[in-house]
Design a protein around this ligand. Structure first.
Ligand code: DC
Length: 221
């Protein structure tokens, strides 16, 4: 079974998808982390985030993998064999990834990888184009939304927990900027699939979100 979760930044996709993965024994694939890993590769090679040509050149020499940590249920992201799960969350990478993920060649490579990884069994994936492009025939599609202030608060808390310093206004601005750019790009823009189920998570807990999705999965299994 393929479960797709799309939605804007901070709407609760990743935390919910991870919990559903644990509850249902599904593999959780964090596609945003893959684009972030590519942005990190760009930075580590001293390439500008807007330098499309050189980013495309780096692609053939880039290995991105995701492995589920059996103890925590966390999906860890590896870049060229190194665990980069934390370092891809910095504000600098959040800023740079928007340009990197617009490159057609980057998207093709990562979409292919996401489809390949999903052959392993039951999977839940979160991102921006899962229900529209990666798996238009997914068994279940969700589109998560939430009030912008709540999304910014959640992101700020996540960053604080990771020891990354940021301000509320900086995080809110970053989310608004990324949502606008992700929604208005021509290649695989952020938009709900016609057959997706909307979940407004503004007033929901992670548990409630996960339970809502889990119940629907159980009905389909
Ligand atoms: O979900 P996130 O914030 O970790 O995603 C990082 C960036 O990657 C975000 O700006 C949008 C982009 N992205 C994308 O274009 N397609 C996806 N399937 C997932 C993320």
């Amino acid at each position: 079974m393929i479960v797709a979760i799309d939605g804007p930044a901070g709407s609760g996709k990743s935390t919910t998808a991870k919990l559903v993965g644990i509850k249902m024994g599904f593999l959780y694939i964090d596609t945003g982390a893959m684009y972030r890993a590519m942005a990190l590769k760009t930075k580590l090679n001293g390439v500008n985030f807007s330098d499309k040509e050189n980013i495309i050149r780096l692609l053939s020499d880039t290995v991105i993998e995701q492995v589920v940590d059996k103890n925590t249920g966390d999906t860890k992201t590896f870049l060229d064999g190194q665990d980069v799960s934390s370092v891809i969350r910095t504000p600098e990478i959040s800023l740079g990834v928007t340009a990197v993920c617009e490159i057609g060649e980057v998207r093709s490579k990562l979409v292919e990888l996401q489809r390949e990884m999903s052959k392993k069994g039951n999977v839940i994936l979160d991102g921006r184009d899962i229900g529209t492009v990666v798996f238009p025939d997914a068994d279940l599609k969700f589109f998560m939304i939430a009030d912008i202030n709540i999304r910014a608060e959640r992101r700020l808390k996540e960053l604080e927990e990771k020891g990354i310093e940021a301000s509320f206004s900086q995080v809110k601005e970053d989310i608004e900027r990324r949502d606008h750019r992700d929604s208005s790009r021509s290649n695989s823009p952020l938009k709900p699939a016609l057959d997706s189920i909307f979940i407004d998570t503004s007033k929901m807990s992670i548990e409630q979100q996960a339970d809502f999705i889990t119940e629907l999965i159980k009905k389909k299994l």
